[in-house]
Structure formats: C-alpha cells, structure tokens
Design a binder for this molecule. Structure first.
Ligand code: 5GP
Length: 197
C-alpha cells in the first residue's frame, strides 16, 4: 500500500492567524513540513532568514525568476513572494506532507501545476476582528493595515475557489480542523494504491 504525499495550500488574508494555526499543528505532528517562501519583504522583528522566509533583495529575487527557480511567484502588498522548486522537492522526497502558505494567486498557480493539491482558505470570524489583530500585532502602520484589509475583502470573495474553508475562531480548534482535512484527504480512495495480492 503506497500513499502519495499531500501538497496543502493554506491561504488567508494577513491578520487571520494562519501561521499560528499551522505552527501549532506542526508542533503536534511529525510528518508535516512547511515550505519556506522567498520574499523581498523586509523581516519583521523576530523573523529569521531560512526559518520564516528566505529574505532576498529585489535583484536576487529577479535573478531566481530569470533562472526559472520558482514554481510560482506573485506581487502581494508591494512585495514579491515566491515558492522555490527546491523547497517542494526537498520535502516531498522526504516523505512528508507539505504545507504552502500562499495568497490566492499562488494557490491558483499551484493548482495548475499540481491539480491534486488540497486547498484551504482560512477566514477571520469578522473583518473587525482581523483589523484588531493587525493593530495588536503592531507590524504595519495605519495605511498598510487599510491596504491589507481591502485586499482581504477582495480575497474573501474568492473563497469558493478553495476545497475547504476554516473560520479561525480559536487556534486549537482551527488546527484540529486542518488536521481533519489532512486525514480525510489521505483516506480518499484515489490516493491509495492497495495491493490485494
Ligand atoms: P506576510 O507579508 O504577511 O508574511 O505575507 C503576505 C501574503 O503573502 C500572505 O497572504 C502570504 O500567504 C503570501 N505569501 C507568502 N509566501 C508566498 C509565496 O511564496 N507565494 C505567494 N503567491 N504568496 C505568498
């Protein structure tokens, strides 16, 4: 019996808390890996190169685009973000399920290249709550928060393009929901190759 590893794309407007949910689930499971994206965004306090993102300069990022090193890349909130082929290969060959945290454009590109990818959209309980989280996080100024909220509103209209939706009321519950999705996907009939001999 052979199982294929999953590629799980999780998208959520910033401030929904998807990173917290994913990291919580990863602390409970061993066979789950997180793809580290490359970005031209400056690191926030506490963020580390090679842990949270590969932080690149614009010329470094453009060089990688030219060399076809990205599975997908997109401009989000004035910065470039992209998934490297090397990340996908590194994890899938090690037998783990792989989570990608991408915006909606990224989800669509991945679904084009890997139609069997599982896509999950995470919503805040309300836009008001999301604004509060962004203000409390304190990493973006007023203008940037408004821009992110507007972008969030646009992205939320696209949630029906995803296979699953999780409303993030509470971290533990949302991590449990994500875990349930992953377990169910592994049980799908077309994912199992069963040797009946
Ligand atoms: P943040 O700056 O808050 O870390 O991320 C901003 C947005 O960029 C989030 O919606 C996040 O999911 C998205 N993002 C992060 N990495 C990638 C990536 O590799 N590709 C794409 N398309 N979006 C990404």
């Amino acid at each position: 019996m052979k199982e294929k590893n999953l590629i799980i794309v999780v998208s959520a407007p910033s401030g929904v808390g998807k990173t917290t949910v994913i990291r919580y689930l990863m602390s409970l499971r061993t066979n789950l890996a997180l793809s580290i994206s490359a970005t031209t965004r400056k690191p926030r306090a506490g963020e580390q190169h090679g842990v949270d993102y590969y932080f690149l300069s614009v010329p470094e990022f453009e060089e990688k685009i030219k060399n076809n090193e990205f599975v997908e890349y997109a401009r989000v909130h004035d910065n470039l973000y992209g998934t490297l082929y090397s990340e996908i290969n590194r994890h899938l060959h090690s037998g783990n399920d792989l989570i990608l945290e991408l915006d909606v454009q990224g989800m669509k590109s991945i679904k084009n290249k890997f139609p069997w990818a599982v896509t999950v959209f995470m919503l805040p309980p309300s836009l008001k709550e999301m604004e509060t989280r962004l203000i409390n996080r304190g990493t973006e100024g007023k203008e940037k928060i408004q821009k992110r909220l507007k972008h969030a509103f646009e992205e939320m209209k696209l949630r029906s393009d995803f296979d699953y939706t999780i409303v993030n009321y509470e971290v533990e519950q949302s991590a449990n929901d994500l875990d349930t999705i992953i377990r169910a996907e592994h049980l799908k009939s077309n994912r199992l190759e069963i040797n009946l001999e």
